[in-house]
Design a binder for this molecule. Structure first.
Ligand code: HDD
Length: 711
């Protein structure tokens, strides 16, 4: 009998090595049927005469068509639209004090991972940039088996008990009578659910915030949401919450932009991730844990098992313990991203569950859903789902079984096979559940400690900057503005007056209902904390790295200036791309050439983080012949993006309405928008260093919210 139960050390290549045996390269190969028979003809079915009927015996046609007819599988009931990538995780220091999980001990070990980002409500073909929660699911292929951290980009959830999950999802998905609207919570049934279930208040605040509109999967946080347990090798436990913190900071799009991008490039977020990895700009996220000792379970004025509550970072600091780097795109979207199956119950020794009632229900749902989605109980054998630790048990047969288990024994205990495979002791790495003491009566009810639905929603609101608050108000007005039933709109105003009366009054003013009854700020129920600066995206990391800059240029552009700006942008890690009136080479006044990779027709400033209009009279005149050039600038301005212009480039600011026509003199001196945040100008292409520096610094700011909005 083969003896392969020795666990091989896992390194970052382990999963890749395992996948290698399943990869198929068709380059330079002859075509075959699925049975390996070489095919001589693939364009014409077998017929009785060239104009005759197709024959039943055409096995090649039948095989090709049968496979095609069954190419689709059911999409995920939630998180149907997703995008994944491979990478690795490395812990910074041994975590043995808190957990015995092996992948969290040795800083030299790179554990392979696969991450799938997703939206929740939309179908597989919906747009990336809809207002929605983003899934952030990570599979760690550890030497002790697969560990899945199945999280979101928001730290709380809409409901407290998994029993309500089907109801919540029914309410947020398109309405069943007409399947409208796609990938949007702006409709009656969602808001009816919200007002009828006030536990949703906190998460709705997050959903109405800019966290729902990530600029990039690379620029959003991730959270395990539920409370888990870390257990060390002495059997001591801590409650734990998991965090991912992106090294590029947290940044969002603006609402108008997201809606337009949904049409211009529905693949905006997945394209961004793919391109970043292809160009070696590997997305990085630090891994953090919040830890609460078992004995401190009741120390807080919220229940730490309640998934509608976060643990404010100012009360329970996030300890950064490692980093994940995404380094490799998939070879095949379906085989990897679509077929990956996550499950919060895939844990390793040292990680255990809490009694969070949402988590407890999740532990049933995920395996169950794969049975219909992936067609049977053997989905763990699909290459992307395979553990790199060897698998041995007595499970047999079922749809699409790959393993060829040898011998007559498929039961435990046995004597015929020396009792193999036999359970491992705890010392040998066997998983032992945390021996939590549990007692109580069977009851269908919720603890009173879950009943405060509003204090943390208020905490979230109070922690936002004025700009973020305004965006939240606008989001409520948009979403509730789409709700046809007036009573639902009224009740929503009433409900959110318990979060903040002023918020509710502002919502009411935009949706045609009376202002709220409650007009004074509710007494803060939280004794611990009034605001949490960690919740505001204004306090995040700022960098120009990987930001896309549209460079508007045409024939006769100032070559020296262009070279200087392009060099400075690239040195800062930004990605400049030339947009012109046509694709291909554009020549400078000095005869050098640059390549235009977009046209004003194929792109928009929506798809960039910043715009630069290069100087050169002929170039700017050429751009001005296309009215889209002015629109390019106008929208960049409206979306608070950095705009930089040199010399004649300023004329486009006037064409766009950003600078007033009477400022022609100021244009000549390069100062038509002096003092407008994020509009960087230079009168000529003399010494570009101050301009370049200001440009890069402005890009790093991400958006310039203080800008006057006159266009
Ligand atoms: Fe869930 C998928 C995250 C609550 C039932 N969930 C799914 C995915 C993510 C999450 C990221 C996509 C995984 C992938 O990329 O394949 N879900 C969460 C979070 C929750 C949560 C952070 C709150 C803490 N989910 C939740 C509940 C239930 C489910 C309460 C049911 C009891 N979730 C599912 C599911 C899905 C799923 C039906 C659909 C596809 C899948 O599992 O594989 O089982």
């Amino acid at each position: 009998m083969r003896k392969d139960d020795q666990r091989e050390p896992v390194n970052e290549q382990s999963k890749d090595k395992q996948l290698e045996q399943f990869r198929v390269d068709d380059t330079g190969q002859k075509m075959t049927t699925n049975q390996g028979l070489r095919v001589s003809e693939d364009e014409h079915s077998l017929k009785a005469g060239v104009r005759g009927p197709t024959l039943m015996e055409d096995f090649q046609f039948r095989e090709k068509m049968t496979h095609f007819d069954h190419e689709r599988i059911p999409e995920r009931i939630v998180h149907a639209r997703g995008f994944g990538a491979h990478g690795y995780f490395q812990v910074y220091e041994p975590m043995s004090e808190f957990t015995k999980a092996k992948f969290l001990q040795d800083p030299s070990v790179k554990t392979p991972v696969f991450v799938r980002f997703s939206t929740v409500a939309g179908s597989r073909g919906s747009a990336d940039t809809v207002r929605d929660v983003r899934g952030f699911a990570t599979k760690f292929y550890t030497e002790e088996g697969n560990y899945d951290l199945v999280g979101n980009n928001m730290p709380v959830f809409f409901i407290q008990d998994a029993m309500k999950f089907p109801d919540f999802i029914h309410a947020v998905k398109p309405e069943p009578h007409n399947e409208i609207p796609q990938a949007a919570s702006a409709h009656d049934t969602f808001w009816d659910f919200v007002i009828s279930n006030t536990e949703t208040a906190h998460m709705v605040m997050w959903a109405m915030s800019d966290r729902s509109l990530p600029r990039s999967f690379r620029m959003m946080e991730g959270f395990g949401v539920n409370t888990f347990r870390f257990v060390n090798d002495r059997g001591e436990a801590h409650f734990v919450k998991f965090h991912w913190k992106p090294l590029l900071g947290m940044h969002s799009l603006v609402w108008d932009e997201t809606q337009k991008i949904a049409g211009k490039d529905p693949d905006f977020n997945r394209r961004d991730l793919w391109d970043a990895i292809e160009s070696g700009n590997y997305p990085e996220y630090e891994f953090g844990v919040q830890l609460i000792k078992e004995e401190d379970e009741f120390k807080f004025d919220f229940d730490i098992l309640d998934p509608t509550k976060l643990w404010p970072e100012e009360l329970v600091p996030v300890k950064i313990i490692g980093k994940m780097t995404l380094t490799q795109n998939t070879d095949n979207f379906f085989a990897e991203t679509e077929q990956i199956a996550f499950h919060p119950g895939h844990v390793v020794p040292g990680i255990d569950f809490s009694n969070d009632p949402l988590l407890q229900g999740r532990l049933f749902s995920y395996t169950d859903t794969q049975l219909s989605r992936l067609g049977g109980p053997n989905f763990h054998e699909i290459p992307i789902n395979r553990s790199v630790a060897p698998v041995h048990n007595n499970q047999r047969d079922g749809m699409h079984r790959m393993a060829i288990n040898r011998g007559p024994v498929s039961y435990h205990k046995n004597s015929l096979a020396g009792n193999a495979p036999e359970p491992a002791s705890e010392q040998e790495g066997g998983y032992v559940h945390y021996a939590e003491k549990v007692e109580g009566r069977k009851i269908q009810a919720r603890s009173d400690s879950f009943k405060d639905h509003f204090s943390q929603a208020t905490l979230f609101w109070n922690s936002m900057s004025p700009v973020e608050q305004q965006h939240i108000v606008n989001a409520f007005r948009f979403e509730l503005g789409k709700v046809k039933t007036k009573e639902i709109r009224e009740n929503a105003v009433e409900m959110f007056s318990h979060v903040d009366p002023d918020l509710a009054a502002q919502i009411a003013a935009g949706i045609g209902v009376k202002p709220p009854q409650v007009t004074s700020q509710p007494a803060a129920e939280s004794e611990n904390i009034a605001t949490s600066p960690a919740l505001s995206m204004m306090n995040t990391i700022k960098s120009a790295k990987t930001r896309k800059v549209a460079v508007l240029a045409g024939t006769g552009v100032n070559g020296a200036e262009l070279t200087s700006v392009l060099t400075a942008l690239k040195e800062a890690g930004a990605i400049p791309e030339i947009v012109s009136t046509q694709l291909g080479p554009i020549s400078t006044e000095g005869g050098a050439t640059f390549e235009a990779v977009h046209t004003l027709l194929t792109s928009d400033s929506l798809l960039f983080d910043a715009v630069y209009v290069a100087g050169g009279a002929q170039s700017v005149d050429e751009l001005k012949t296309d009215p889209k050039a002015a629109n390019f600038i106008r929208e960049a301005y409206q979306h608070y993006k950095t705009i930089a212009v040199v010399g004649e480039g300023s004329e486009l600011l006037i064409a766009a309405g950003v600078a007033a026509p009477e400022s022609a003199a100021a244009v000549a001196s390069g100062t038509p928008t002096a003092g407008v945040p994020g509009v960087i100008t230079a009168s000529d292409a003399g010494d570009m260093s101050a301009f370049n520096e200001a440009f890069v610094a402005a890009i790093a700011e991400h958006r310039h919210w203080a800008r006057p909005m006159h266009v």
